[in-house]
Design a protein around this ligand. Structure first.
Ligand code: AMP
Ligand code: ZN
Length: 483
């Protein structure tokens, strides 16, 4: 089953390619991580659910996985194309805190959110711990590939072959338009090419920066793109297998990383064999983004009463390369699907875990699952394979449990750790406790048994007034729901 070759869509060649590891039996993956000046919104979290699903698939295929998700705690400007303010310094000024404290706080929230979404723990290096190495890279590249301006050291993109190949020709034109637009707002004077980018940004005279280091080009901070080249080289070695990120990174950040890798490694190769990009989570206004100021974080979903794994389910239902529109109805539908799975799992929960999966009855579901996951991570179809297996009747509970565990190790829903009650919709501001609701429903049942319909209706009305929907005859066996 797991010997079906794994095909992954490579943004570099714009086609699916068979995964061939650089190091026998190993898979090394680098994922661009959060800029910790603010909360990660649920769109950002889609990027990590995708990267985790990729990592789980590689582990399931038998590769020893090394996965890095870096923490950007320095260097990222409000525009990816080197213009605007420094995100960390701006947040520090706005909140009256130190940039370091802000970085630590948002990193902690991010890590807690990863846990809640069952994202397995990757390595989380912080950019500020690699500044010395970034300076070394700058020194090594500067003669052939960089030039110095008053504002810093810049990379000349014309010095590497096929700059921007990853972005593609139309994206390249757009990038140039965008860059000229940015230059109108915040000109970096005397850049040789609009796409040239900062390797080092000098602290302007008379300006105070919280995060700055000495360098051969003066006090300042590294350009944002440099950290990922340096950390992937140090932690995974160049070349490595797979580099992931959101689709916006295909246009500026990743082409710039590739340019640095080529320059530093004196090679035409891009350093990662496969570049993979998840598409956006959108809402009615378009891409969910922090700059609008109005975005959803995982905690908002939890406060509205949803289990975080309903969001993971929502992401898995779509292909990672398709846009996914967020809606509360969509989230509720994903939650209901998860509930259905958990109800069926209850029936096999007592069977011993970790048994054998090879039984002819389960072969079609397992084959469907393996084919789907191996086909560029088609989680939408693999979820239906899991449901096929769950629906099988007259089968040994132990084998069924093992099959579901096998599939869930890749999907990461943690099905055997979820109880039905975890999946009740329970908004944070609910005025009534579960026990109060259960007690009221018991009294209502007694009133109905006594044919005291006036009493039973009064109890129901009281519950409705407190936001409880009574669900008589619900096919999923849910007796009530908090609205
Ligand atoms: P940032 O913290 O802004 O650097 O973004 C972290 C990750 O989230 C990057 O891989 C982005 O490409 C990705 N990302 C940003 N917005 C979205 C979105 N709306 N949907 C999916 N991924 C996103
Ligand atoms: Zn990156």
């Amino acid at each position: 089953m797991t010997d079906v070759p794994l095909k992954l869509f490579n943004s570099l060649t714009r086609q699916p390619e068979e995964f061939m590891p650089v190091h026998d039996g190993e898979a090394r993956v680098y994922t661009c991580g959060p800029t910790v000046y603010n909360y990660q919104h649920v769109g950002n979290m889609r990027a990590y659910i995708f990267a985790d699903t990729l990592g789980r698939t590689l582990s399931w295929k038998g590769y020893k996985l090394s996965h890095v998700i870096n923490i950007t705690d320095v260097g990222h400007l409000t525009s990816d194309a080197d213009a605007g303010d420094d995100k960390m310094e701006k947040a520090a000024a706005a909140q009256g805190k130190s940039a370091w404290d802000i970085a630590r706080y948002y990193q902690e929230v991010f890590e807690a959110d990863l846990d809640r979404l069952n994202v397995r723990k990757p390595a989380h290096p912080r950019a500020t711990d690699y500044v010395e190495s970034m300076i070394e890279w700058g020194k090594q590249m500067q003669d052939k590939h960089c030039y110095e301006l008053d504002s810093g050291l810049y990379f000349d993109v014309s010095t590497v072959p096929e700059y921007g190949r990853l972005a593609g020709p139309s994206a390249q034109e757009k990038l140039e338009e965008d860059q000229s637009a940015h230059m109108r707002i915040d000109p970096v004077k005397d850049k040789r090419n609009p796409a040239d980018f900062a390797i080092w940004r000098k602290t302007p005279a008379g300006e105070d920066r919280q995060m700055e280091w000495d360098s051969p080009w003066g006090k300042g901070a590294p350009g944002w793109h440099l950290e990922c080249s340096v950390m992937s080289a140090e932690l995974l070695g160049h070349p490595f297998d797979i580099h992931t990120g959101g689709i916006d990174h295909r246009e500026i950040h990743h082409p710039n990383e590739i340019a640095q890798n080529q320059a530093h490694n004196c090679s035409e190769g891009s350093a990662a064999n496969i570049w993979m990009h998840n598409n956006f989570l959108i809402d009615r206004r378009g891409k969910m983004s922090k700059s609008t100021g109005d975005f959803l974080v995982l905690q908002t979903l939890v406060d509205r009463g949803f289990h975080p794994l309903a969001y993971r389910m929502m992401c898995l239902q779509a292909h990672y390369r398709s846009e996914l529109e967020f809606s509360w109805d969509g989230l509720e539908a994903a939650l209901t699907r998860l509930k259905r799975m958990v109800m069926l799992i209850e029936r096999i929960a007592d069977a011993p875990s970790g048994g054998k999966i090879d039984h002819p009855k389960f072969a079609p579901a397992l084959e469907k699952f393996a084919a789907a996951m191996s086909d560029d991570l088609n989680t939408a179809v693999s979820l239906t394979a899991l449901e096929d297996a769950l629906a099988m009747k007259k089968v040994d509970a132990g084998i069924k449990r093992a099959v579901i565990e096998h599939m869930d190790s890749v999907l990461g829903l943690g099905l055997f750790d979820l109880a039905r009650t975890d999946l009740r919709i329970r908004p944070k501001d609910a005025q009534i406790t579960d026990t109060e609701i259960e007690d009221a429903l018991t009294s209502r049942k007694a009133a109905r048994a006594d044919k005291d319909f006036a009493a039973s209706d009064a109890i129901r009305d009281d519950l409705v007034a407190k936001g409880v929907e009574v669900m008589d005859g619900d096919p999923l066996g849910w007796e009530w729901k908090l609205g």
